[in-house]
Ligand binder design. Sequence first.
Ligand SMILES: *Cc1c(COP(=O)(O)O)cnc(C)c1O
Length: 421
Amino acid sequence: MDHFLYRDGVLHAEDVALPEIAAEVGTPFYCYSTATLTRHFRLFDEALEGVDHLVCYAMKAASNQAILRTLAALGAGMDVVSGGEYLRARAAGVPGERIVFSGVGKTRDEMRLALEGGVRQVNVESEPELRALSEVAASLGVVAPITVRVNPDVDARTHAKIATGKSENKFGIPISRAREVYAEAAALPGIEVVGIDVHIGSQLTDLEPFRQAYRKVADLTGALRADGHDIRRLDLGGGLGIPYTRSNEAPPLPVEYGAMIREELGHLGCEIEIEPGRLIAGNAGILVSRVIYLKQGEGRDFLILDAAMNDLIRPAMYDAHHDMVPVIEPAPGTEQAPHDVVGPVCESGDTFARGRMLPPLAEGDLVAFRSAGAYGAVMSSEYNTRPLIPEVLVHGRDFAVIRARPTFDEMINRDTIPEWL
Ligand SMILES: *Cc1c(COP(=O)(O)O)cnc(C)c1O
């Protein structure tokens, strides 16, 4: 459920009509709903009620500080995957003890940042990283709380580019070698083992792969405890999928996910962390764009928008489907015709949809791509010297620009010309 609904024939974000925002900030723009972000965070928080837990929002999904503040105020921790994200979370007011640091290639500089600033735990993904962290922590005279991310070798049954839990993926250490790695960790200076971490992929639409992975984590917890490690925290990653189309079979709900976690892991007495990103932000954001031209091709009609692949790359990168709706609601029974929906970028990959059935649209009309809140704005670029588009946050009747569109001067003046030119 989200808060982007038609009212009197006009698409609203909560209580704000989208044409009003478009008139003020121009198109294209991203628009997020506070009520939807809040609702989705609470679904996870409530799903784990009664279990000692922390929901660490995976901020790579949508990392604007206004979004982080909204979630942090509800009690969210953060899952960060770079030094930049760590600093961004801190700038948004998230205390270090609510930040978990994930990622397959943390540099020593990034480790130093997190250890100096304070961190709940570092999720270590390899032995070389473990040794580097030990050196950095010892040189700072601090102790780094760690989990080891294990790769459980389960098939997440999702898009290949976002599956992370098979042995051929670069993530984590093979679960078969975990006891060795934990033994090494326990012996290293500056390292304190606090738990186990696992994250098997993104946009999972079935609980079964999670269950398989968590069973392996439960077994490993027993084995590591028998080896003398104080395993008291389980970080179960993110990855629960969202419905991108209305016709899609519905992915499992957070409450079902929470029940499965209790079933598989509840008896262990561990603190549970989860790291949802997409499910919190995905349906809490839309991308609003304007029709530039309608063009008739050979047997196809093209709808050319002012948004492009540099603004929302998911269709080009993951073959992702985003529902697209006109901001002015078509009359019931309006006939639809197939269109190729494209942007202005000079690549054929700059195609949002092929043969999409759409009601009649005209130059200047506004349209909205749904489910664009996660992995949308954060993956945008200035390809074709197109400005990063603004982000807007709605809160009831209020809205605010939370990232402004840069001017062309700002973009162009970022280049510096060497002396010899
Ligand atoms: C990307 C990522 C997540 C979030 O995944 P979603 O599918 O957005 O929930 C969580 N944890 C780690 C380590 C990640 O890399």
